[in-house]
Design a binder for this molecule. Sequence first.
Ligand code: ZN
Ligand code: ZN
Length: 264
Amino acid sequence: MRLTVVGCAGSYPGPDSPASCYLLEAEGPDDAPGAAAGATRTWRILLDLGNGSLGALHHHADPLAIDAVFVSHLHPDHCLDLCGYYVLRKYHPQGAQPRIPVWGPDGTADRLARAYDLPLDPGMNEEFDFSDYALEQPPIVVGPFSVLPFEVFHPVTAYALRVTADDRVLTYSGDTAPCLGLDHAAEGADLFLAEAAFREVDTNPPGVHLTGTDAGRIATRASVGRLVLTHVPAWFDTADARAEAVTAYDGPTDIAVAGATYEV
Ligand SMILES: [Zn+2]
Ligand SMILES: [Zn+2]
């Protein structure tokens, strides 16, 4: 699968990047009515659609060609551009677009209706097919992708997302403090996209975010193939996050930048 970093700024859009949004693409069977037997196409899913990211998405894919959206949690830097995406799909001059699946924590549909100031019924339910992650959630299959959410540790209900395609695994931490759920989500991942919003030198509140060192420790514990640090707020230097991580992990370690792509 291919990862494109659409937005990676931590907590709010920065000067060089929107907030969190990651595009994953992989080839899979074309199940459209009338498609030739054995035909394939490129499938596209988004992990988060944070503030500022919908505009940047246009540089990387036709925004109408997204098959599903997976929201890690309901903080604005991870979900708010679903408001703009609702407009784009509902009022597009080519006509209203078919509903696509939007997965998220309990209450995602109501949260987004309130964000847009819509009545909760119908809210955005005519544009998006909302589902909440469940306890004991079986893998969610979208074309070639299989997505498994793991509950993690943040001030609101939040999930790490473990995505498998063609036997390759990408794990996205979402926002979380170190926790068992994240260890399980990251186990053996080929690419671990880990937030590093905090720094070791600061006094950090518990139960909110990882430091670069935390991300490195988890990458080592989980024996991941590559670590990509993300969600560093614009008020910090990304080089500090990387410098911390490499003290705890000796595999390939990158800083996510907007527009970067990775073959996983
Ligand atoms: Zn965040
Ligand atoms: Zn958050």
